[in-house]
Design a protein around this ligand. Structure first.
Ligand code: CDT
Length: 311
């Protein structure tokens, strides 16, 4: 048995006016709770330090530089790393990253239990659009503010196992899990900010959105025999609602824990990484069963190519 007691640290809404240091205080409270409950890993959401700013259009992108971190940890986030190290807890959090070269990414990091960063991931599947879209009821401008991630889907040796990260929209794509699955991933950790309404399909409400969220996570977990820990930023940010749905899926695809509500909260779960063995060694024994000679289009093409018509 290789147990990881994970704390999925959901954050309630963060208003535009809320300071970074106040958000960090909220995150510290969850971390202290996790320490009391014996967690060795705490996972925070996507863009955990700020409101979900890509919902707003800024003509001049530089106006939104205030939402980005030039350093991780930086002056406001260092207390989080220090407290995590005191507790002996590894943390993962999402944030908007500005590199020294001025590039912008939607990023998450993973630390060891001493507070040192051992892994970084930059979001690859950026949803939404670049320009203001008057057809939409809500804007989703991640393609405006971030570059697509350039680090692939790495998997890291951590917690006596293999841990990978992805971010929000990545969880809807099977390629995300499979690339990590091919590195033996045993736990995928991710944060999300998902609006409860679809800006292009008004009929698609909260229940349908939660259904697709669970479906994606459960399929990714089962098909790659991995734990999946998904952590929401939830609730209403300056009038814009984000769904909850913080949950943990076991390597057989079952939801084993789910946090109700949309406030700050900690979902604690024991995850035995050895529970991935059966799936990895039987049904999804990749080495024996994968037929890569037929998978070429997965990496060779982006859009759909219709088959030739028969007479
Ligand atoms: N943050 C994020 O990636 N959210 C998306 C919403 C897409 S709606 C354009 C998600 O997949 O949940």
């Amino acid at each position: 048995m290789r147990n990881v007691r994970v704390g999925a640290a959901q954050l309630g809404p963060i208003q535009k006016a809320e300071s970074r240091s106040h958000v960090v205080k909220r995150m510290l409270a969850l971390l202290d709770d996790a320490a009391k409950q014996g967690c060795t890993l705490v996972v925070y959401p996507e863009l955990a330090l700020t409101t979900f700013f890509p919902r707003w259009y800024a003509e001049d992108r530089a106006e939104f530089d205030l939402y980005f971190e030039a350093d991780m940890p930086g002056p406001e986030t260092v207390p989080l790393f220090e407290r995590a190290a005191q507790h002996g807890i590894a943390i993962s959090l999402g944030y908007a990253e500005k590199t020294p070269e001025g590039q912008h990414f939607n990023t998450s990091i993973l630390t060891d239990r001493k507070g040192a960063i051992i892994g970084k991931y930059r979001k690859i599947h950026l949803p939404g659009h670049v320009e203001f879209d008057p057809e939409r009821t809500h804007q989703h401008l991640e393609k405006r503010y971030f570059l697509p991630g350039d680090l692939g889907f790495p998997v890291f040796h951590a917690q006596d196992g293999l841990i990978g990260m992805c971010i929000c929209n990545d969880r809807r794509w099977p390629e995300t899990y499979r690339v990590m699955g091919l590195q033996g991933v045993e736990m995928v950790i991710l944060g999300f900010n998902t609006p409860s309404v679809n800006s292009q399909r008004n009929s698609e409400g909260l229940e349908e959105r939660l259904f697709h969220h669970r479906l994606s996570l459960q399929a990714g977990a089962y098909q790659n025999a991995t734990w999946v820990v998904a952590v929401a930023k939830a609730g209403t940010e300056d009038g814009h609602h984000l769904m909850g749905g913080t949950l943990i899926v076991d390597p057989e695809g079952h939801i084993v824990a789910e946090l109700p509500g949309e406030a700050d909260g900690l979902l604690v779960q024991d995850c035995d990484l050895d529970a991935t063995r059966f799936g990895k060694e039987t049904i999804f024994d990749f080495k024996r069963h994968r037929r890569i000679e037929h998978y070429g289009p997965i990496t060779a093409q982006v859009g759909v190519v219709l088959p030739p018509k028969t007479a």
